[in-house]
Design a protein around this ligand. Structure first.
Ligand SMILES: C[S@@+](CC[C@H](N)C(=O)[O-])C[C@H]1O[C@@H](n2cnc3c(N)ncnc32)[C@H](O)[C@@H]1O
Length: 220
């Protein structure tokens, strides 16, 4: 079975013209993310890029998204997916995010209608050169963003708490910060209503055995 799926993956990579990096589809729930961040038209979001799925979901809702990832492979992969969209190649855009091991397809979330809206809004996406998230955030004037999507980089850093507390300093008042994991119970400014909505959606996530427990912070 593994040999078969690996061979299929190799063929898919050939068709795509780019080797798929470690994160070629999100294992978080996209609806939980756009709901938890209360994504609306005109939002200015700084997002961890990964596969790009999360940024595409935010674009579909009308947000302006700046995406960054320190991995060159993820950067190239996301750029390639954007190229597919610009060429109107919907099939390869979706194929890029397939994960045969999990048996999921990005088309499960990105219906035809959603993909059309992503294409319409594609100019609202800016993919930055590979770089560290916090350094990137600090390179913008304070208040450049009203929403920040941190995925689970919080758990990947030795300076994990800095990611959250620093983000708070750069986001506009009443803005939102979403991260995929729970934080300490005494963390200030959590938005319980948004957390509950996001967690309920995430708990129904059929794409992974792992249930994220997202946290949403509302900046004072
Ligand atoms: C947080 S990971 C985990 C996967 C995630 N749960 C998903 O659904 O895709 C997503 C991306 O974050 C990137 N990343 C992690 N720490 C980072 C940092 N400090 N700065 C920039 N990118 C980072 C990784 O390279 C990876 O592509």
């Amino acid at each position: 079975m593994n040999i078969i799926t690996s061979s299929i993956d190799a063929i898919v990579d050939l068709v795509l013209g780019v080797p798929r990096p470690e994160y070629h589809r999100t294992n978080e729930d996209l609806l939980a993310i756009v709901t938890g961040l209360d994504i609306r038209e005109g939002d200015d979001v700084l997002a961890v890029a990964g596969s790009g799925d999360q940024s595409f979901a935010m674009l579909e809702r009308g947000a302006k998204v700046t995406a960054v990832d320190y991995s060159r492979e993820q950067f190239r992969f996301m750029k390639k997916r954007v190229k597919f969209l610009l060429e109107g190649d919907r099939r390869r855009f979706l194929l890029a995010g397939e994960n045969r091991h999990l048996g999921v397809r990005p088309g499960d979330y990105f219906s035809e209608e959603l993909v059309e809206r992503i294409i319409e809004n594609i100019n609202n996406l800016k993919i930055l050169c590979p770089g560290d998230f916090l350094q990137t955030l600090a390179s913008f004037p304070k208040g450049s963003f009203n929403k920040v999507y941190l995925s689970n980089i919080y758990s990947m850093q030795s300076l994990s708490f800095d990611v959250l507390s620093e983000s708070v300093r750069y986001v506009r008042s009443q803005g939102l910060i979403y991260q995929a994991l729970p934080v300490h119970k005494d963390t200030p400014n959590v938005d319980l209503e948004l957390i509950n909505r996001a967690r309920e959606l995430e708990s129904k996530n059929k794409f992974t055995n792992f249930n994220w427990k997202p946290t949403v912070i509302r900046v004072p």
